[in-house]
Ligand binder design. Sequence first.
Ligand SMILES: Cc1cc2nc3c(=O)[nH]c(=O)nc-3n(C[C@H](O)[C@H](O)[C@H](O)COP(=O)(O)O)c2cc1C
Length: 393
Amino acid sequence: MAEKENSTHGEDNTMFSPYKMGNFNLSHRVVLAPMTRCRALEGIPQPTMGEYYSQRATEGGFLISEGTAISPTAAGYPRVPGIYSEEHVEAWKNIVDAVHAKGSIFFCQLWHVGRASHSVYQPGGAAPISSTNKPLSDRCKVLLPDGSIDSHPDPRQLNTSEIPEIVEHYRQSAINAIRAGFDGIEIHSAHGYLIDQFLKDGINDRTDEYGGSIENRCRFLLQVVKAVASAIGPERVAVRISPAIDFLDAVDSDPLGLGLAVVERLNNLQKELGSKIGYLHVTHPRFWLKPTSELGIPNTEEEQGKLLRTLRKAYEGTFMSAGGFTRDAGMKAIAQGDTDLVSFGRHFISNPDLVLRFKLNAPLNDYNRKLFYTSDPVIGYTDYPFLNKPSET
Ligand SMILES: Cc1cc2nc3c(=O)[nH]c(=O)nc-3n(C[C@H](O)[C@H](O)[C@H](O)COP(=O)(O)O)c2cc1C
């Protein structure tokens, strides 16, 4: 079957039909969502991560790495890998090679958590940095390296003059990721982390050119996208947003307006660059199970579907959706043209051969939430059973 670039809906669009994303030829649309799994040591990716990712790789498949720290101030969870030192680059090479050996395309997710951190993760025990001095509410907690939880300390608002340095960290990390062999990078601008702390008007209270109007709140993200695209090429750059997700107090008064503002700016940037970026990845609020209607966030299937469809229609490029998808929901979303690609998180944790299971419509293993962020290199990480032995898949 011929591969189609940025194809819209049609009868040959299923989760298992090929898709051409720029220069990348995907053999199916089932993507591994980026997931923090806390198995690095002192920021250094470990061999077990090569095993984990290669278990989930398929010929022509597409994988996104866990959130990966772009600088020493970027982490806010235990055992998060980095991509800012030579040691990080060297260690990632083995992991990327293992994924490529199985024929998958692999993007590295670039991450700065901003205020969603703790002094234990910060150089010199400093305060985490953010767009704001406002602390997170007490409903948000941070996981510490010893497995205990604590409140987040008050963040320190970045001065305007410090922002170019953070943009530079994204740029250099993207270059490092390509040097490690990754095929591209995804800029984590979702789920209440640093870039989302600039995008959302419920957090960003700045009075400089990075705060106030929607233009100003999008400025940091756009500067990062431009810097990274000029360093490694637009087609290797992707953006993840979650305008309607309130995780980590990331509330906006107009989620759809914010989503459309980002889409419009990415469309314009693509025209300016004369090339599309890799894809836009939007997380659907189904992931967060608590009622969000009182915060003005779309909370019904219908409202959420409308938000996703509106963004998908407006965006001129490859669109990836995530959040609570089942096999059937993914099939339906692709068949209807609501998305080109679907990323799966929790089901992919417990089903290394998720693609095969979906193809066969086979039963899925249940995931064990208690082991998502633990440190064991095998248990709850690489020991979920395959339908067949890995060599037979
Ligand atoms: C254990 C775990 C870790 C996650 N870590 C990240 C992350 O590092 N970066 C990110 O963008 N999303 C992260 N997510 C969100 C997932 O990418 C995905 O959007 C979410 O799980 C919803 O998809 P699902 O319903 O298929 O699980 C994480 C989710 C889980 C369950």
